[in-house]
Design a protein around this ligand. Structure first.
Ligand code: FMN
Length: 257
């Protein structure tokens, strides 16, 4: 049995919830999948104060005492995750952005490897395509295997034609999501992701020290020496590229003094 949790970034519970419900229906029909829809508006989430204590001292040191831990537990208990949001002023909703900011430390210490992610965006007119790209990038930054998200454009009430077109796309998205979910993978990273890991970990190794929680986390995971976040078979080209990225990060750190 696979568990999938959808995080809903709207209090209105109309278009976005409608799309998520349809996605869930298709997914549950695909196989042994149990789905939960979590409305962020039902949880207390404070706005990040920017103290960076989660980076330096660990997430448990966050001064905000709210429901973030419960939401992260739900993500950790899931094999797959969906982030769903309406387009508000050409970006994710405030609710969703507050949630993402509170996950900021996970971008430093990604942990959702081998799990599946996708995004669902709804909108009235324009701008949602870049929000899908943003959310898919976010999912990847958190460590997930990302299945390309979708954006749905419609005014209320949706016409039958709009609904049919939405459902066709959701059927395809849920099929791709189910395939990834059924076969957990630890893929060889793209060159861009690989560069991010090698340059990030090398500059962290040189520029921080054991007073930093991030630094201790990387040391304890063996990430200062490993090829990537998890074991992968690298081509000769990627091995050489990895050494080059490490070298560039060393040079950059030295030039900063
Ligand atoms: C504050 C606000 C800002 C919005 N900004 C945009 C926008 O920039 N572009 C757009 O196409 N739709 C915009 N919309 C329309 C919503 O994205 C659209 O109605 C969406 O389907 C609402 O989803 P919901 O019913 O799940 O809340 C906005 C709606 C609100 C309330």
């Amino acid at each position: 049995m696979k568990k999938v949790t959808s995080f809903l970034g709207t209090a209105s519970k109309k278009h976005t919830l409608g799309a998520v419900r349809q996605f869930v229906e298709y997914l549950e029909a695909s196989g042994d999948v149990e789905c939960e829809i979590v409305a962020l508006s039902d949880y207390r989430l404070g706005t990040c104060r920017g103290c960076k204590s989660c980076f330096e001292n660990g997430e448990a040191s966050c001064p905000l005492k709210d429901d973030r831990g419960a939401l992260i537990e739900k993500m950790q208990a899931s094999d797959g995750v969906v982030f769903a949001t309406p387009n508000y002023s050409f970006h994710v909703s405030g609710l969703m952005k507050v949630f993402l900011d509170r996950l900021g430390f996970v971008f430093h210490r990604p942990c959702f490897f081998g799990r599946t992610f996708t995004s669902i965006v709804t909108q009235g007119v324009y701008g949602g395509g870049q929000i899908v790209r943003y959310l898919d990038f976010v999912g990847s930054g958190l460590g997930f295997n990302t299945v390309k998200g979708s954006c749905f454009t419609a005014f209320e009430p949706m016409t039958e034609k709009e609904k049919q077109s939405r459902d066709r796309r959701l059927a395809e998205q849920s099929r791709q999501f189910y395939e990834r979910l059924a076969k957990p993978e630890f893929p060889v990273p793209t060159l861009f992701k690989f560069m991010g890991f090698r340059m990030g970990r090398t500059s962290m190794r040189l520029e921080l020290d054991d007073k930093s929680y991030d630094w201790r986390y990387y040391r304890d995971k063996g990430w200062f020496e490993s090829d990537y976040f998890y074991p992968v078979r690298l081509s000769v080209f990627k091995k050489a590229a990895g050494r080059l990225f490490d070298w560039i990060a060393v040079r950059t750190a030295r030039s900063r003094g």
